[in-house]
Design a protein around this ligand. Structure first.
Ligand code: TYM
Length: 334
């Protein structure tokens, strides 16, 4: 059975973009694949975090995964920092990565451009992501479009390691949804919707109040042409709303355009707000049932045990191939 793996950072409360690009596509995989979904909390400290908020968001992420439809009986849920092998493998991979290739990472360039103090972790972050993937020999990595370059780096590092030390890592494939891979900011629809945005009006958080969501959609930036059709370049705001509507209704963009081609923007925005509020209200109801239950700890304990075993074996194999430690030290891992 193919193994599918992904994670969503707890660096801010999850957004509709994270749901559409990152979580939604996982729901269908849990029946046919072995699915691993984790909280990459080590990634979050590449930028400054408030420790108590971070801890709270880690738990919230798990509750949101389940509330979105991930069934803990069918998939494995865990926290990156609880498993020490992620950071250990990352170090070994760092020593097999080049400054040049890391400097070409688009997300690093964007995230570091506006910062005074850029942490070394922000620079090496894609290597930790490669470790997250390669530690489990993931076959498929579903993400939004912004993470594709990072999955490609994981492929390159795996190939490089395999050719130097012999077959060790599976080569993962990125899995980017056909529609909804880059949900846009509601106020600046040429930018992606980002959970670390400073303009709350521009993003929809999965835990926003329904009425707040409605207001944000009704005041989303569009254009003055008052015609509804899909053209990302010239009509980014309307195209973004068409994408959100189509994905949540599970219909094609063409079908949505047909439905609204004779409507005005007000009517169209109201329809978008209705479907977003409907989906998010269902999700929030489930979230409220889960967030304070013991279920989360039980699930995470199970997830830790299972993933720690797998990661331990892979890490030992890598360490041995690279020549680290003592040869017979496998007994330390038993
Ligand atoms: P993160 O936390 O930024 O985003 C989580 C997921 O949401 C997707 N996404 C979007 N999709 C559509 N439209 C948007 N506006 C949008 N914004 C975000 C992201 O593509 C992602 O799928 N480095 C990763 C987390 C990570 C990871 C991994 C993922 C760490 N290790 C291993 C996969 C495998 C990140 O920061 O995603």
């Amino acid at each position: 059975m193919k193994r599918v793996l992904t994670g969503l950072q707890p660096s801010g409360e999850l957004t509709l973009g994270n749901y559409i690009g990152g979580i939604r596509q996982l729901i269908k995989y849990q029946d046919d694949y072995e699915l691993f979904v984790f909280v990459p909390d080590l990634h979050s400290i590449t930028v400054e975090q408030d420790p108590s908020l971070l801890k709270e968001r880690i738990r919230k992420n798990i509750a949101l995964y389940i509330a979105s439809g991930l069934n803990p009986k069918k998939c494995t849920l865990y926290i990156q920092s609880e498993n020490l092998y992620h950071a250990n493998l990352s170090w070994i991979l760092e020593c097999h990565s080049y400054m040049g290739e890391m400097s070409r990472m688009t997300q690093f360039k964007e995230k570091s451009a506006s910062k005074k103090n850029v942490s070394c972790g922000l620079f090496t972050y894609p290597i930790l992501m490669a470790a997250d993937i390669l530690l489990y020999d993931a076959d498929l990595v579903p993400t939004g479009a912004d993470q594709k370059q990072h999955v490609e780096l994981a492929r390159n590092l795996a190939e490089r390691f395999n050719s130097k030390y012999g077959e060790t890592f599976n080569i993962p494939e990125p899995l980017i949804p056909e529609i909804g891979a880059r949900i846009k900011d509601l106020q600046e629809p040429t930018k992606k919707m980002s959970k670390s945005s400073t303009n709350e009006k521009a993003i929809i958080r999965l835990l926003d109040e329904p009425e707040v969501i409605r207001k944000k959609i009704m005041s989303a930036v569009t254009d003055s042409d008052n015609k509804i059709y899909f053209d990302e370049e010239n009509k980014p705001g309307i195209s973004n709303l068409l994408t959100i509507y189509s994905v949540l209704k599970d219909i094609s963009i063409e079908e949505s355009v047909n439905l609204f081609k004779d409507s005005n923007y007000g009517t169209f925005k109201k329809a978008v707000a209705d479907i977003v509020v409907e989906k998010i209200t269902n999700l929030q109801n489930k979230y409220n049932e889960i967030i304070n239950s013991n279920l989360i700890d039980e699930i995470l304990d199970e997830g830790y045990k299972k993933t720690n075993e797998i990661a331990k074996k892979k890490y030992y194999e890598v360490k041995e191939k690279v020549g680290l430690g003592r040869t017979d030290n496998i007994r330390l891992y038993q």
